[in-house]
Design a protein around this ligand. Structure first.
Ligand code: ADP
Ligand code: ASP
Ligand code: MG
Length: 439
């Protein structure tokens, strides 16, 4: 069988997809990737329901590949086991443990499909193989060989693939970061040139904000890749950020829909290009992230190069700083406040403490009691006033803004964590997104 190597131009990380010669496949059959998240496979009853859904697609004559997450809670448990044994556990061994949940569900779903007389077989990341870099715990996909999967599809067999995992060039199992099964599904859809990548989850689509926090949230029929990318990157965990970037670059048609209700071809939310998006609203969605910690360095010397002295060592240690604000202090000194992931705060403080005498600052304060709220919309490009509405709305609720940052289609503010729900609801109303207001 001849191999067709496709290197995707402009692809970040240079992902290479190789697929077998597809001759012999019925040209009319649609190829569909169905991905099921943790709550959708949380026990045997749910797995049986998922098997029925897969059978329905397969019985319609589609070529179906399935990607599964671990049962909900299992990955958290695995992470905790590793952490309890050693908080600084070897990352490759950590991956060997945390990838195990998906191995279980892929096998179980293949068994459940067999019980419904649907031929199926499980695949682990290394069996495909789905190749990753060596950044264990948050590895990036470098290539996918679609050959074995396409062979299954041609034979009418449903491959049930363990999401979240791949293998690095040394043969070590690597995981793709929390929520990474979404990215597995998109990468596999690209490798199989699937017509659709359906992400089944516990909500029936992408909403104007997290429907578990704001009851008035409205489901969107469509959202642009760019907006979803921005929403995901500021905390909307309905899709992993990387999965959206990959779908955008590879032109994978992604749909988010519920595994808990009956669905049809029109269910859920489709992620589309900007020119396909029908409505041009100022603000499309609002997201929050509780994953931020705030660090303030006081009485820094107010001189050129000081920011490089502070942030250079943090970035050299692989720590990602997010929002930054600098303010003038007294006596030719300056204060610097920034945010960093909660999991990286301890390491960041350790590095900064070690640099205290070299940089010559006064004191260092941290707070984990903060939340970042972000409003996102492509309409912001051409309209002013979005920021003013945000600031005024939060001021009217008496909420103090600690840090502000903006990008072309996003405004984020850092506020006290206890105001998260109040702020989200007030902003949702202020931007006219509440149900019944025609969002
Ligand atoms: P899965 O286990 O299926 O991958 P996740 O828990 O990762 O599911 O993602 C689904 C959750 O994302 C929803 O239950 C919801 O609480 C949350 N969420 C956050 N923002 C949004 C949004 N804008 N639209 C829909 N869901 C959202
Ligand atoms: N099981 C993994 C996690 O909980 C991956 C996923 O569900 O997408 O993060
Ligand atoms: Mg998820």
């Amino acid at each position: 069988m001849s191999m067709l190597e496709t290197s995707i131009p402009g692809h970040q990380g240079g992902v290479a997809y190789s697929v077998a010669d597809a001759s012999g496949r019925p040209s009319s059959a649609r190829t569909v990737v169905m991905k099921f998240g943790g709550t959708s496979v949380k026990d045997l009853d749910r797995i049986r329901i998922v098997a029925k859904k897969v059978k329905e697609e397969w019985a319609r004559g589609h070529r179906v590949a399935v990607v599964v997450s671990a049962m909900s809670g299992v990955t958290n448990q695995m992470v905790k086991y590793c952490h309890d044994l050693n908080p600084m556990a070897d990352r490759a061994e950590y991956d060997a443990v945390v990838a195990s949940g998906e191995q279980v569900t892929s096998g179980l779903l293949a068994i459940a499909l067999g019980a419904l007389n649907v031929p199926a077989r499980s695949f682990q990341g290394w069996q495909i193989p789905l190749m990753t870099d060596e950044a264990h715990g948050c590895a990036a996909i470098e290539g996918v060989d679609g050959t074995a999967l396409l062979k299954c599809l041609e034979q009418g067999i449903v491959p049930v693939i363990a999401g979240f995992q791949g293998v690095d060039e040394h043969g070590r199992i690597a995981t793709l970061g929390r929520g990474g099964s979404d990215t597995s599904a998109v990468a596999l859809a690209a490798a199989m040139k699937a017509d659709q990548c359906d992400i089944y989850t516990d909500v029936d689509g992408i909403y104007t904000t997290d429907p578990r926090i704001v009851k008035q949230a409205q489901r969107l029929d469509r959202i642009t890749y760019e907006e979803m990318l921005e929403l995901a990157s500021v905390g909307a965990k309905v899709l992993q950020t990387r999965s959206v970037g990959l779908a955008m670059r590879e032109n994978v048609r992604v749909r988010v829909l519920s595994s808990f209700v009956e669905t049809d071809d029109n269910s859920g939310t489709i992620v589309v290009d900007e020119d396909e998006s029908v409505e041009k609203k100022l603000v499309t969605g609002i997201a929050y992230s509780m994953d931020e910690a705030k660090i303030t360095i006081r009485q820094l010397p107010d001189e050129p190069g000081i920011a490089a002295k502070v942030f250079g060592p943090l970035s050299a240690a692989g720590l990602n700083v997010d929002m930054i604000v600098q303010s003038i202090g007294a006596d030719r000194s300056t204060n610097m406040t920034f945010t960093i992931g909660k999991g990286e705060e301890v390491q960041a403080c350790k590095i900064l403490e070690e640099l205290r005498s070299e940089i010559g600052y006064g004191d260092l304060n941290t707070s984990r009691n903060v939340v970042k709220i972000s409003v996102v919309g492509v309409g912001m490009r051409s309209n002013t006033g979005v920021a003013t509405t945000m600031f005024r709305t939060l001021a009217e609720k008496g909420i103090n803004l600690q840090v502000i940052s903006t990008s072309e289609i996003k405004i984020s503010v850092l506020i006290d964590a206890e105001y998260m729900e109040l702020a989200m609801r007030a902003l949702h109303t202020a931007y006219g997104l509440d149900a019944g207001e025609g969002a």
